[in-house]
Design a protein around this ligand. Structure first.
Ligand SMILES: NC(=O)C1=CN([C@@H]2O[C@H](COP(=O)(O)OP(=O)(O)OC[C@H]3O[C@@H](n4cnc5c(N)ncnc54)[C@H](OP(=O)(O)O)[C@@H]3O)[C@@H](O)[C@H]2O)C=CC1
Ligand SMILES: CC(=O)N[C@@H](CCC(=O)OP(=O)(O)O)C(=O)O
Length: 310
């Protein structure tokens, strides 16, 4: 019998994209709730408890409630796409490429927290350098990023696409998270293996799907002898043996006049770049992804497949 999958929040932005990715699959059976009943708690509880894997695409509070609904039922495994459990040590963090052992941890876990879109880029750049001893304790990391507006879910999509919306946003690009307390900072700190919280400055552009995450670094404050080439080599070594997170060769990135935020729209992969000048004193590390691809729905389906294979 095909394993049963229930996407709680299937009519939202992340849930819909997961459904699209699962369309036509015969190896799983999708349980579904009509859109009008999406907030019917009794119906959701039934669906959740009838699933082999429940994928939660809900706000944090609703996710916590859903986990409560299945907590006594060991037959149900959970992938949560919200922020609620990402730094909870009882949950496996669903970034399969972040360590050699992570895919196995996800595969055997009952509870998997899907990473945030910005942290996927930031952790993807930072963690390998912490693990290799290149990024020292105490380094004041800054993370600057731009996201497609679908990152803000149904509400921001309406604000950006509907000029008659009472809170319509007309800016083609805006900064937010200005108090520097964005909910992704703890996740970047913990899974980036940082001993000091990064300064995180997110922004949104007038495009639906895509993301650039930047981590600029001063080489003279890194481990002795760190160069653009040694940083690139550390990233290449870290991501060897898989093709979801790729590190762009230095010669290729050197030839690029610009990085296009929407290049990976609709894809579930992530590209990492090391920019700078050979022999220079600074580098800019850049991650390129789709906020709804490797940043959300693509990663959720990848994690589901790992769990189904175990
Ligand atoms: N969009 C993105 O790029 C990313 C999103 N995420 C996370 O994924 C989760 C979902 O986000 P997103 O898809 O963007 O959000 P949306 O607002 O687009 O969708 C959320 C869905 O959940 C439903 N919902 C809200 N509250 C409840 C409730 N109490 N019970 C049942 N259903 C409920 C909403 O219904 P209604 O229409 O009635 O509000 C809606 O259908 C969030 O935790 C978000 O942080 C993670 C990474 C990236
Ligand atoms: C553009 C935008 O608003 N983005 C969202 C993050 C999207 C994401 O990664 O979702 P999680 O909430 O699951 O972490 C934000 O900054 O809150």
């Amino acid at each position: 019998m095909a394993p049963k999958i229930f996407i709680d929040g299937e009519h939202g932005t992340t849930g819909l994209q997961i459904r699209t990715r699962m369309a036509g699959r015969r190896d799983v059976e999708l349980l579904s709730i009509p859109e009008a009943e999406r907030r019917n708690a009794a119906m959701r509880e039934d669906m959740l408890n009838g699933a082999d894997i429940a994928i939660l695409c809900l706000p944090d509070d609703a996710s916590k409630e859903a986990v409560q609904m299945v907590s006594a039922n060991n037959n149900v495994r959970v992938i949560d796409t919200s922020t609620a459990f990402r730094v909870n040590p009882s949950w496996a963090y669903g970034f399969a490429e972040m360590d050699k052992e992570q895919a196995e941890k996800i595969a055997s876990a009952r509870f998997v927290s899907n990473p945030g879109c910005y942290p996927t880029g930031a952790i993807g750049l930072i963690r390998p350098l912490r693990a290799a001893g290149i990024l020292p304790d105490g380094y004041p990391v800054a993370v600057n990023a731009v996201s497609g507006y679908t990152g803000g879910g149904k509400q921001m999509i309406a604000q950006m696409e509907n000029p008659d919306h009472p809170d319509a946003i007309t800016a083609p690009h805006f900064l937010y998270g200005l108090p520097l307390t964005h909910k992704h900072v703890p996740e970047m700190t913990v899974h980036g293996l940082l001993d000091r919280a990064p300064i995180f400055s997110p922004s949104v552009g007038k495009f639906a799907q895509g993301m650039i995450v930047q981590v600029p670094l001063h080489l003279d404050h890194l481990a002795e002898g760190a160069t653009m080439e040694s940083i690139h080599a550390a990233l290449v070594a870290h991501y060897a043996g898989q093709d979801i997170v790729t590190v762009v060769p230095l010669a290729e990135s050197k030839a690029l006049p610009r990085v296009n935020a929407v290049e990976l729209e609709g894809k579930d992969t992530m590209k990492l770049f090391v920019f700078g000048t050979p022999g220079g004193s600074q580098v800019n590390l850049v991650a390129l992804l789709d906020n709804l691809g490797k940043g959300a729905s693509g990663a959720a389906v990848q994690n589901m497949d790992l769990m189904l294979a175990s």
